[in-house]
Design a protein around this ligand. Structure first.
Ligand SMILES: [Zn+2]
Ligand SMILES: [Zn+2]
Length: 395
């Protein structure tokens, strides 16, 4: 990171031995004199002179160009006052690396000095970061599978196992993509960086490495199972906790049990669509269970204690005397099991008074005797309505 500060702290005016107020002519004169003095041709084998010559060239490359010089001056000014070029303060990767930060520094990358420095600045930080976005960790796909549940299991909740075929981390190579006994190797082209230099423009200092696709590694001997992808389609089993009261067609999300992620990415989620089988006796109404209870006329008329089934043990339901057909009786706490918020359900018992279809002689006599003693007309209300209508339409 010291290379970052170096560029801004390097005083190119001092390198050329001129004041900051130097005119273009003075700069040009100073450069020519120094360049001649330190030129490699005149200093064979003198490494220090060669270094100095590079510095002089870099300095004049900036100061000899009006636009570059103005920007250089401005950056120096900001460095001196402790403000980053994006106003955020500091020249860290966040402060300067943000190419969208408003300011652009248009320096050519040829001519040595600056190109190298910018290479350090962006190629090492921002460039590789960009490469990682392109080919970096990718979240696995979300998957969907189906689960058929018994009615009771949907009411009570159950832990079940779903089986399906889907992308999974390769079982042969554990996702590395390399054949057993071999290892992925550092990419020979980018040396593991995943990006390579690209000198097409001042801010495109790196591109995704074409040899390794940005992974930074190559696989000399691909895994025979997954052909190097690290992912194989195989049968999977996932345990799913089904909450009490799950409804038919409901989707249950199982976090992280979907498709395998690529390049170290998170796996996707698994969605389990629940199908609930019907029950011979019970049905659902929200969190309540419903049950039709056949009773005889004497039971409905006289009242009775009747044993009814629930999903657990039988319970006794008291039918009050004079219970009409269709009356709903509530058995508390015998529906969907209560959750943490107390949102359980009840068993709703609908009374269904039975009418015998084939009467024996004795039964017929008994019913006829009942008819004689019954008083009151159940259709009084209907008669009253009919009379009203006759009155209205009357005369
Ligand atoms: Zn494999
Ligand atoms: Zn590479």
């Amino acid at each position: 990171m010291s290379a970052q500060r170096e560029w801004f702290e390097k005083d190119y005016y001092a390198v050329l031995g001129v004041p900051q107020s130097a005119t273009e002519k003075e700069l040009s004169r100073a450069y020519k004199k120094l360049a001649k003095q330190h030129h490699p041709d005149a200093n064979q084998g003198n490494a220090a002179a060669e270094e100095r010559f590079k510095e002089i060239s870099a300095a004049y490359d900036i100061l000899g160009d009006k636009t570059k010089r103005a920007e250089y001056d401005e950056v120096r000014q900001m460095v001196a006052s402790g403000v980053g070029p994006d106003g955020a303060g500091g020249f860290g990767p966040g402060g300067f690396g943000g190419a969208g930060g408003g300011r652009t520094f248009r320096f050519d990358t040829d001519g040595g000095g600056l190109g190298d420095i910018f290479g350090n600045l962006f190629g090492g930080g921002g460039g590789r970061r960009r490469g990682r976005t392109a080919t970096g960790p990718q979240r696995g796909r979300d998957l969907e599978t189906e689960l058929h549940l018994q009615f009771e299991d949907a009411i009570r909740g159950v832990t079940s196992t779903v089986r399906f075929r889907a992308d999974a981390t390769c079982s042969t190579c554990a996702g590395s993509g390399a054949a057993p006994g071999t290892m992925p190797e550092t990419c020979p082209e980018c040396h593991g960086a995943g990006t390579i230099a690209d000198n097409q423009g001042p801010f495109s200092f790196s591109q995704v490495c074409p040899t390794c696709g940005g992974r930074g590694q190559v696989i000399p001997t691909p895994c025979p199972t997954c052909n190097g992808s690290g992912v194989e389609v195989r049968a999977r089993e996932v345990k799913v906790r089904i909450p009490a009261g799950v409804a038919d067609a409901q989707r249950i999300r199982v976090k992280g049990r979907g498709g395998a992620g690529a390049n170290g990415g998170q796996p996707g989620d698994l969605f389990v669509v629940v199908h609930v089988r019907e029950h011979a006796l019970f049905a659902r109404s929200g969190n309540d269970l419903t049950l039709r209870l056949p009773v005889t006329f004497p039971e409905a008329a006289l009242g009775a204690d009747i044993k009814v089934p629930t999903l657990d043990a039988q319970v006794t339901v008291r039918i009050p005397p004079g219970t009409p057909s269709g009356k709903v009786l509530r058995v508390r706490g015998k529906g969907v099991a209560a959750d943490g918020n107390g949102n359980g359900g009840d068993l709703l018992v609908t009374v269904d008074v039975q009418v015998p279809s084939d009467l024996t002689g004795a039964q017929r006599e008994a019913v006829e005797a009942l008819a004689v003693v019954l008083d009151g007309d159940p259709r009084d209300a209907l008669d009253a309505a009919a009379q009203d209508r006759r009155k209205r339409d009357g005369d």
